[in-house]
Design a protein around this ligand. Structure first.
Ligand code: NAD
Ligand code: GLY
Length: 368
């Protein structure tokens, strides 16, 4: 098992990464589970695959699970599901000192974390991430949120978990497409600050995706280590450091918005394309070698991910994609910061990007 400390001021916690952690859930969570009934929030898919294992682990440790099972999918990150979940937690008489378990991907982690943040002005929660994306990104760092008709993740809070248990066994039941989408966030850590890790992914990413256990543990631990360092240094994204974690997200978000935030393009797939666009845009500005940008695109193609936005059949122009960017949370006094690259492993925040320049660049990419 790998153990990565997240040293946020006043609320340090651990991310434990290994195979079989859910089976030893009670021991891992000790001494945090204070009552017999333990509230567990999950979704229908995860409950079908992992509900019995969690139930058995709790039972063996003298507990019983109180389940809240939400419909699987992004639509559950809503006001309605948040309100119903908070009401359910109140009915379960969850106290501030209790710990809510969030068993699932980023949807469950974000919603449960936000519910924990506002329940009785803040109670504890433990992340049990079951997607690669959640294990390497969303379960760590304390960003919680729901979506509203105005956009994704626009209402939320910073609320750190008390513990994160990333059981690598859960990745065995994850659909291959979801696994690849999460891989984009793994690659992100290499691209933004660790060229050696990108080189490792280049050599081992396919084996990791195919199920190599040692490669999975290394990839998740390296990713979490990178995120933990960034979050510890800039928890509230005020210093320009945590913002680097948005590499590929501004372009990717526009693609997700254009495709309706659904099955057509998963979040991680949008991030992968977004990182390729950020790299090519950086190259077009003479910031990074064009060959490095194409190397990134080639790697995503080799692991079976889309590497050209022309393949999405978007039926729009660059200006339409840029229009989606105008609603970005990161917009600051009319300026949209972009995470660009000086090379693989050398991301930086650029605040001098004109959106007309981005639209013209995207026009060319759309017919590439
Ligand atoms: P998700 O939670 O919707 O999970 C993807 C799908 O996989 C769902 O259908 C789910 O039911 C299923 N699933 C999950 N675990 C499974 C398993 N082990 N076996 C079988 N099926 C399983 O999506 P996600 O990609 O994990 O997360 C996306 C969400 O995360 C988005 O809402 C995004 O905004 C958010 N996010 C948050 C942060 C953050 O810092 N808080 C960072 C990145 C993304
Ligand atoms: N996923 C971006 C962040 O945690 O800041």
């Amino acid at each position: 098992m790998a153990v990565i400390p997240v040293d946020v001021a006043g609320r340090p916690y651990e991310v434990r990464i290994g195979t079989g952690l859910l089976a030893s859930l009670v021991e891992q969570c000790s001494p945090r589970l204070r009552k017999r009934r333990v509230p567990v929030v999950t979704d229908t898919h995860v409950h079908a695959r992992w509900g019995a294992a969690v139930e058995a682990a709790l039972h063996a440790g003298g507990h019983e699970a109180a389940w809240r099972i939400l419909p699987a999918g992004e639509a559950s990150k809503s006001w309605d599901q948040l309100a119903a979940t908070v009401d359910w937690l109140l009915a379960e008489e969850v106290e501030r000192g209790d710990h809510i378990l969030a068993l699932g991907g980023g949807v469950i982690g974000d919603l449960s974390g936000f519910a924990a943040a506002i329940l009785k002005r803040g109670c504890n929660f433990i992340q049990l991430p079951t997607t690669l994306l959640a294990q390497v990104d969303s379960s760590v760092g304390g960003k919680t949120a729901i979506n509203t008709p105005a956009g994704k993740n626009l209402v939320g809070a910073f609320h750190q978990p008390a513990l994160v248990l990333a059981d690598l066994a859960t990745l065995d039941t994850l659909p291959a497409r979801e696994l690849r989408a999460g891989y984009a966030e793994v690659i992100k850590y290499g691209l933004l600050g660790d060229a050696d890790f990108f080189a490792w992914c280049d050599a081992n990413g396919a084996a990791m995706l195919a199920g190599d256990a040692a490669a999975r543990e290394y990839a998740v631990a390296c990713s979490v280590g990178a995120k933990a360092r960034i979050v510890a240094a800039d928890e509230r994204e005020t210093l320009g450091l945590r913002a680097l974690l948005n590499l590929g997200h501004t372009f990717g978000h526009a693609l997700e918005a254009q495709t309706g935030f659904g099955e057509r393009l998963l979040h991680g797939e949008g991030v992968a394309l977004g990182m390729i666009l950020a790299a090519r845009f950086s190259a077009s500005r003479g910031l990074m070698p064009r060959a490095s940008a194409e190397h990134i695109a080639q790697h995503f193609a080799e692991v079976g991910m889309a590497s050209e936005i022309s393949s999405l059949g978007l039926n729009c122009d660059g200006r339409a994609l840029v229009a989606h960017m105008l609603h970005d949370k990161k917009m600051d006094a009319g300026v949209l910061p972009f995470v660009l690259m000086k090379g693989i492993g050398e991301a930086f925040l650029a605040k001098d990007v004109a959106l007309d320049e981005v639209a013209a660049f995207l026009d060319a990419e759309l017919i590439r």
